[in-house]
Design a protein around this ligand. Structure first.
Ligand SMILES: [Zn+2]
Ligand SMILES: [Zn+2]
Length: 298
């Protein structure tokens, strides 16, 4: 087995490079660093790997229905509690203020009063009432519970997405949401030379090619109602696609030659200033993530 320093060195180097390039992303990247690291470990160790082959309805998939809507991605025996107990120390390191609440959640998981499977197994239908009830029982706010649950949902979906993509082979997909988990992207990349636009799923990290001019959210194409690209002067490679019809934006990297090398969650966190600017302008992201939702503080 590779030494842990070697295993995570690429991720950590990327985080350091991003902080150096965008110093204002220091707080976000420092807070999420150990969560990103634990996510990577859970994915590489194959947590939630399927024992059986998922039954995918290819006809419905071709019709634009993501896999999560016609096949149960998770079975009741996924190791959610084990994942949660592994993720809690990672969140504590980045979010010291939540340590007491996370301690209570850990107690709840250990004594069985908090069972993450009750919330996560039915993905994409997530019953928020369950989380509110746990929070009331533990006498905490729902926020740390949500942060924990989404932090273990991400690697689980990533494992499933990798498996499914291998299983499905080539298939056509022309929607702006993810063909696997049904979520909208948090970042897009326009490749150099061939000018293709690739979308990065904000949850399972699958990437897929999408039409260059349509809005991935409302599929609008139009100059009058303004689909355009915003960028900060002198930083033309980092832009935000905006749609005047649905009032959404999508952070977009322009003319990128190397796609495979980057961890796009790190990139997304590094470009947090663009999220702030676009939300101040009144736009909403295509997908809210734990690191781009500034509405709660307003
Ligand atoms: Zn996805
Ligand atoms: Zn739109």
């Amino acid at each position: 087995m590779r030494k842990s320093t070697e295993r995570f060195s690429r991720l950590e180097t990327q985080i350091e490079e991003m902080i150096e390039k965008y110093p204002h992303s220091h707080n976000i990247l420092s807070a999420f660093k150990t969560i990103l690291r634990e996510r990577k470990r859970l994915v590489e160790d194959g947590f939630c790997k399927s024992e059986d082959v998922l039954q995918v309805d290819k006809i419905r998939l071709q019709g634009g229905v993501p896999v999560c809507r016609h096949a149960a991605l998770f079975h009741p025996d996924e190791p959610w509690s084990e994942m949660a107990l592994a993720m809690i120390p990672a969140i504590k390191r980045g979010f010291a203020d939540l340590a007491d609440d996370l301690q209570k959640i850990e107690g709840g998981i250990r004594d069985g009063s908090v069972q993450p499977k009750d919330y996560l197994t039915s993905y994409p239908e997530l019953d928020e009432e369950i989380v509110r009830n746990w929070a009331t029982k533990l006498n905490i706010w729902p926020l740390p519970l949500h942060l924990l649950l989404i932090s273990i949902l991400r690697p689980a979906l990533e494992v499933k997405a990798k498996e499914l993509i291998d299983l499905l082979g080539d298939f056509s997909w022309d929607k702006g949401y993810c063909p696997i988990c049904g979520t909208f992207p948090d970042i897009a990349v326009i490749k150099d030379k061939i000018a293709q636009r690739w979308l990065h799923c904000s949850r399972c990290r699958h990437t897929w090619r999408f039409n260059r001019v349509l809005c991935p959210y409302c599929e609008h194409e139009g100059k009058e109602e303004g689909t355009t690209y915003f960028f900060v002067e002198g930083k033309e490679k980092e832009t935000a696609f905006t749609c005047g019809r649905c009032n959404r934006y999508l952070i977009t990297l322009n003319r990128v030659s190397e796609l495979g090398e980057w961890d796009f969650d790190v990139v997304s966190m590094g470009l947090t200033h663009l999220n702030v600017i676009m939300q101040e302008k009144g736009y909403s992201p295509l997908a809210f993530t734990e690191w781009n939702d500034f509405t709660a503080q307003q």
